[in-house]
Design a protein around this ligand. Structure first.
Ligand code: NAD
Ligand code: TYD
Length: 356
């Protein structure tokens, strides 16, 4: 029997990458996704005729549904990607983040615990609940601070990171209290194909191609540590296979860049690959009102993952970014389709009041 994983949020950016990789590796996948605005079945088009990819539209908060899926498919692991994932949206509607990232995670944990307890002993020993989280739970770093380690205290600053932190605490508590074999990963900003164009890199690409302003919050000096989505998913497979239950693992790209550096790099790549007669793309850069509570810097120390599990990122940032730009240039129909009415309304909500 091939291994079977229940993957939640598998129609989103990172989840779909992991689902595709899992199928290539021969893992049977039950994919539970609510298909919110960022969930896109088109991300899984390559699996349309694959009988070992079972897609179920549903909410991780529905524990009757998850209990049923666990019972009939008997997975060896649950990997939880499902989340509300965008900081700016959390500023406008924190409750949605509590519902999925806190209450939803708790409901999924309850269902997994009941299922795990009833497994025969050998399968109980092998079972894992892997929860995908973020470095944002650690708060913000100043310029010379050491990078976040697994031992760094949680200090979330946005409703998004606070809800992810609460979810992480519940996962930890289910291990300590009930013995559920959980793993938590905290990763840095991902980039790569199929990222919803509300996040910095795809938003800038979409706006640049439409000759719209490229909004940079504040001065553009804020720093993120960029991780290619394929490197992230490779790390998740390693943690699932070799990680020690009850532990957490940081995943980072060792690629710290200011937002302005990232946007200028994107403009430079577009100037080479898709030059525009009206001039360089960087002319479109517009500094706009800052994000409230904007974390200054994230940087992840992924030494534990490298030392203990032998992981190393394969993608250098410059090449990874150029490959990502090429993907978006080759898939403009994908972006056209996701930029529906909801997306346009979001742009008005988030950017309407910010003056250049
Ligand atoms: P995404 O927004 O692209 O995808 C989230 C997916 O979850 C969507 O398919 C959505 O439909 C689904 N979903 C949302 N609520 C659900 C619910 N209640 N029940 C079932 N499905 C639901 O997000 P992403 O960027 O792919 O992020 C995946 C995970 O990785 C999240 O947990 C996020 O916090 C974490 N993470 C992301 C990044 C990043 O840079 N993108 C960085 C660190 C951590
Ligand atoms: P984002 O992609 O939203 O990820 P996160 O907030 O989780 O780090 O933003 C990445 C950085 O880019 C962050 O510092 C905010 C900034 N940013 C802008 O300057 N302009 C934008 O339009 C967006 C969406 C983000």
């Amino acid at each position: 029997m091939p291994p079977c994983h229940l993957i939640t949020g598998g129609a989103g950016f990172i989840g779909s990458c992991h689902v595709l990789r899992s199928r290539t590796a021969g893992v049977r996948v039950v994919n539970l996704d609510k298909l919110t605005y960022s969930g896109n079945p088109e991300n899984l088009a390559a699996l349309r005729d694959d009988p070992d990819h079972i897609f179920v539209r549903g909410d991780i908060g529905n524990d009757e549904l998850t209990a049923h899926l666990l019972e009939i498919h008997q997975p060896d692991a649950v990997i939880n990607f499902a989340a509300e994932s965008h900081v700016d949206r959390s500023i406008h509607d924190p409750d949605a983040f509590v519902r999925t990232n806190v209450l939803g995670t708790c409901a999924l944990l309850r269902a997994a615990l009941r299922y795990w307890k009833a497994l025969p002993e050998d399968r109980r020993a092998a079972f894992r609940f892997l929860h995908v989280s973020t470095d944002e739970v650690f708060g913000a770093l100043r310029p010379g601070d050491p990078a976040f380690a697994e031992t760094t205290a949680y200090a979330p600053n946005s409703p998004y990171s606070a809800s992810k932190a609460a979810g992480d605490h519940l996962v930890r508590a289910f291990h300590e209290t009930y013995g559920l074999p959980t793993l938590i990963t905290n990763c840095s900003n991902n980039y790569g194909p199929r990222q919803f164009p509300e996040k910095l890199i795809p938003l800038i690409l979409c706006n640049a191609l439409a000759r719209k302003p490229l909004p940079i919050y504040g001065t553009g000096g804020n720093i993120r540590d960029w991780l290619h989505v394929e490197d992230h998913c490779e790390a998740l497979s390693l943690v699932l296979e070799k990680g020690e239950p009850g532990r957490t693992y940081n995943i980072g790209g060792r690629s710290e860049r200011t937002n302005l550096e990232v946007v200028r790099a994107l403009c430079g790549i577009l100037d080479r690959l898709r030059p525009h007669p009206d001039g360089p793309y960087a002319d479109l850069i517009a500094f706009v009102a800052d994000r409230p509570g904007h974390d200054f810097r994230y940087a992840v120390d992924c030494g534990r993952l490298e030392r203990e599990l032998g992981w190393k990122p394969r993608h250098g940032f410059e090449q990874g970014l150029e490959d990502t730009v090429r993907w978006y240039l080759d898939h403009q129909d994908w972006t056209d389709r996701v930029r529906n009415g909801e997306y346009r309304a979001w742009l008005e909500t988030n950017y309407g009041g910010r003056r250049a």
